[in-house]
Write a protein that binds this ligand. Structure first.
Ligand code: TK8
Length: 349
């Protein structure tokens, strides 16, 4: 089994380059004749999603809500679409305290908090709603406690959705159809493990490099929720979509612990409230956009609906390996998913 990799030198350099940008802290603006505004706070939030993506829209909602709740005293500055680095690079920057916040991705987060990778165990969740139900309680707390020790304050787990597979070579009906296909994955040890087990050739690559990578044939395919495929126009350079729903991913919304601890209690409270409200908007946008995009993709791509049971069986060894690696958390998350599975099975069918 591949172990979570530690951030490379390039990531650290990118993090250092950010040092001049963030960590703004409190700035008192004594304004000439007008009313005096004091202690305004600016917080920089980085994410990797494209404009129009529910994550981008959710970040805008968060920005608006924070501004409203603070009467304009707290300003969220959003740097989206990997403009301050890939998800992996943003994690490095948040850990170093040079970027305040990030709505990040599960794999890069799991290189600091390995247990988080288990949220992406293959076919663990029937639907996104099933994942929400499991994650929202004890599981999120359990991961958040571990993250705090690594320098990340977890606000919430936003929704990165159920993942499907696209490629430009052939339709995927069975695991055998994946044999030898070069599939781009995020920097995510669980996804790499799954695709290796399925006989594909998993190739980690930053999301921002994916469109060109697919167009130029550096990789044959990739796996992502349809909202991410659509907002980055990957359907333009892919011909087949297999609706596998092979794993769920959350987007950890994290703040650097040192920055969090230096905020006033009232600001922390309003940030917490704004994140919960923005998350509700983000989740409903995810569902709404997904339905529309699946319909659209039926028109423009060759879509297959593989039997999930067959794929689930083919990935059983992945469960064994991760159970061995993290026995306690494995039991915790699989029991929580199994306890609530029945109520979601029907909707998934
Ligand atoms: C862009 C990425 C995405 C992730 C990936 O939206 O890298 O495939 O799924 O979240 O950040």
């Amino acid at each position: 089994m591949t172990l979570p990799r530690s951030p490379g030198r390039r990531d650290l350099l990118r993090g250092a380059a950010l040092a001049g940008l963030a960590g703004v802290g409190l700035s008192a603006c004594a304004g000439g004749d007008g009313p005096r505004r004091t202690d305004s706070v600016r917080i920089i939030l980085g994410h990797g999603a494209a404009p129009g993506n529910p994550r981008s829209e959710g970040a805008l909602a968060f920005q608006r809500l924070v501004s409203e709740k603070s009467g304009g005293e707290v300003e969220i500055q959003i740097l989206g679409q990997e403009s301050v680095g890939s998800d992996t690079e943003m994690m490095v920057s948040v850990a170093a305290g040079t970027l305040d916040m990030s709505i990040n991705s599960q794999g890069p987060f799991a290189s600091y908090v390995p247990e988080a990778a288990l949220v992406g165990l293959p076919f663990l969740f029937e639907t996104s709603e099933h994942a929400y139900q499991v994650l929202d309680g004890r599981i999120q707390e359990s991961i958040a406690t571990r993250a705090e020790e690594k320098g990340f304050h977890v606000l919430d787990f936003w929704d990165n959705g159920m993942r499907d597979i696209t490629n430009s070579v052939r339709p995927i009906d069975n695991p055998e159809d994946l044999a030898g296909l070069k599939i781009r994955t995020p920097d995510d040890t669980m996804t790499i493990d799954i695709f290796r087990e399925l006989g594909a050739n998993p190739t980690p690559m930053a999301f921002g490099e994916l469109y060109l990578g697919l167009r130029q044939g550096a990789v044959d395919g990739q796996e992502n929720p349809v909202v991410n495929i659509f907002s980055s126009s990957l359907q333009e350079v892919q011909s087949h979509l297999a609706v596998t729903g092979h794993k769920y991913e959350m987007n950890p919304f994290v703040m650097s612990t040192s920055r969090w601890e230096n905020l006033d209690t009232n600001i922390r409270t309003l940030i917490e409230e704004a994140s919960v409200e923005a998350l509700a908007e983000q989740r409903s946008l995810m569902l709404e956009q997904s339905t529309e995009i699946y319909a659209e993709f039926e028109e423009i791509l060759e879509v297959t609906h593989p039997d999930r049971t067959v794929f689930r069986e083919a990935t059983a060894p992945v469960y064994d390996r991760w159970q061995q690696a993290h026995p306690d958390f494995f039991d915790e998350i699989t029991a929580a998913a199994d306890d609530t599975r029945a109520e979601h099975e029907e909707r998934a069918a």
